[in-house]
Design a protein around this ligand. Sequence first.
Ligand code: MN
Length: 251
Amino acid sequence: MTRLVLVTNDDGYDAPGIHALIEAVQPLGQLVVVAPDREQSAASHAITLDRPLRVYRADEGRYRINGTPSDCVHLGITHFTGGRLPDLVVSGINRGLNVGDDVTYSGTVAGAFEGTLLNVPSIAFSAEIDNEGRSDFSRAGGLVRSIAQRVLGHGLQRGVLLNVNFPAGDYRGIRVTRQGTRSYRATAFEREDPSGRPYYWIAGMDMTPTGEPDGDHLAIREGFVSITPLQVNLTHEPSLEDLSRWDLEAG
Ligand code: MN
């Protein structure tokens, strides 16, 4: 049976990254593309509950939605794959890395989270922006395809997704990594609007890369493609016992 692959992103349907992703996974099976109609970067795992979602069919098996990446994957799986669970969800290729703390904000990674929650093996792909402000998506294509192919063949453990990041410049190899810790210092600018009232603009520009030897940041900084297995369940196991000893009922 032909494999069914659901494709989404957070940079929007017209972004070059998703077209590179489509091209890369096209040979793997039948594609259904469901993507936001505009940029949804940093949408995280939001789903839309308070307004109707509209779907614009762009082509055979291609849909654009006025919603988030998670909306796209959710609607894709429930309505646009002909009642069949896809064999794979791929999200990206994002313009810009999703490493360290980016992961919790990322709409690209959330698209893969949503696929995982709905029991479909899922992968998020992101590419670093180089010094000229460009992301070279085409170069990632071969590895995108081979990683996707491997996941199609082997599957992933339940509740686990892959977060893949491509460095700018030549690839020195592939490294399996952990999600790094904080990468941005809290930054927000205060300005004044024309009527003299202050407004604020959050911009996480101030990157402080962390140097965990097996972390995603370091792999990218050293020119390696980074593959991080992430889990949907966020429970911190070691704290369970600690907390149960707090004796909270005693007041
Ligand atoms: Mn994005």
